[in-house]
Design a protein around this ligand. Sequence first.
Ligand SMILES: *[C@@H]1O[C@H](CO)[C@@H](O)[C@H](O)[C@H]1NC(C)=O
Ligand SMILES: [Zn+2]
Length: 332
Amino acid sequence: MPSYLPVLVGLAHLQGAYAWGSLGHATIAYVAQNFVTSEVKTWAQGVLSDTSSSYLANIASWADDYRSTTAGKWSAPMHFIDAEDNPPSSCNVDYNRDCGSSGCSISAIANYTQRVGDGRLSAANVNQALKFLVHFVGDITQPLHDEALEVGGNDIDVTFDGYSDNLHADWDTYIPEKLVGGSSLADALTWATSLTAAINTGSYASSKASWIAGDDVSDAITTATRWASDANALVCSVVMPNGVAALETGDLYPTYYDSVVPTVELQIAKAGYRLANWLNTIYSENIAASSISKRTPVADISGADLLPPPRPLSKAKLARAAMGGSCGQHRH
Ligand SMILES: *[C@@H]1O[C@H](CO)[C@@H](O)[C@H](O)[C@H]1NC(C)=O
Ligand SMILES: [Zn+2]
C-alpha cells in the first residue's frame, strides 16, 4: 500500500460526520433516479436547475452542508429521531414521545412533502423542500438515526479497521466506504447500479413491494413513522444485538462489519426505492393534479400542526442538546 494512503483515509475520516455520509446519500439518490417517472425527472431537474444525469445525487448531501453553517443550525434536529427505547432488549419508535418539540426527521419529511407539492411557495422554497426531502428519506433508513441511546451511537467509542471512531460514524460513512472502496460520485453510481439490478431482478425483487407498502403522501407522519420503526428495529437485531459493551472491545473489522454489511446495503437500496415512489406519488397526487385549491382544509404551510405536543425534555433530549444537535465529532 503506498505510504500516502493512510493520510487520505485519515482525511476522509474527518469529513462526513453527519448522517449516511456523502457516499450513502448519493447512492440513494442514484437508485431513486432509476425509478422515478420521466415526468418526475423533468420536474425535479427544473426545480433543481440541473439537467445533468446526477440531478438528485448532486444535492443529496446539501442538508448536511447546510446544517453545519450558522444559518442552517436550526435544521440539525431534522436529521434524526431520538427513539427512547431500550436496545437490544426493546426497540420501538413513538412519535409523540421521541420527536422533540423543535421537530425531527419524521416531522421534517411530512413538512417538506407538503411544501414541495403545495403549489403556493416560491421556486426557492420548493428547491429547498426537494433538497431536504431527498436527504431525510435517506437519513431515516440509517438505524442509528432512529435511536437515542448514546446520542445515536455517537458516544459509543469503537475501533474500526484500525481507527478509533464512534459507532454512528462507522454506520454513516466508514462501513459503506470500506464496502465500496471510495466515496466519490462515481463510486456511488457504481454501487447504485448494482443495487438497482438487485431491486429489479435480484435479491430484493421479491421484497421491494413491502418497502413501500402503505406509503401515503397524504399521511406522511404515519408513513415516516413506519420507516423510522423499520430501521429502529434493526438497532436491536443487527446494530447492537449483544449490547453496547460488546462493541467497545476489539476491532469491528472484519467480524462485526461482515455481520452488518448486508443490512447497510438493504437500507440504502430501500431508501432509494422509497424515495422514487414517494416523489412519483407527490407528483401524481399533488403537483400534476394541481390539487391545492381543491384540498380542504388547505395545509398550514409552516408545518406547525405537524409537530407533537410539547413535553418536558428527557435525559436523551438534554444529551442531544448538549451536543448542539449535531451528530458529534470523530475522535482520534
Ligand atoms: C417547515 O419548513 C419551513 C421551511 O424550511 C420551516 O421554516 C418550518 O419550521 C418547517 N416546519 C416544521 C414543522 O418542520
Ligand atoms: Zn443528515
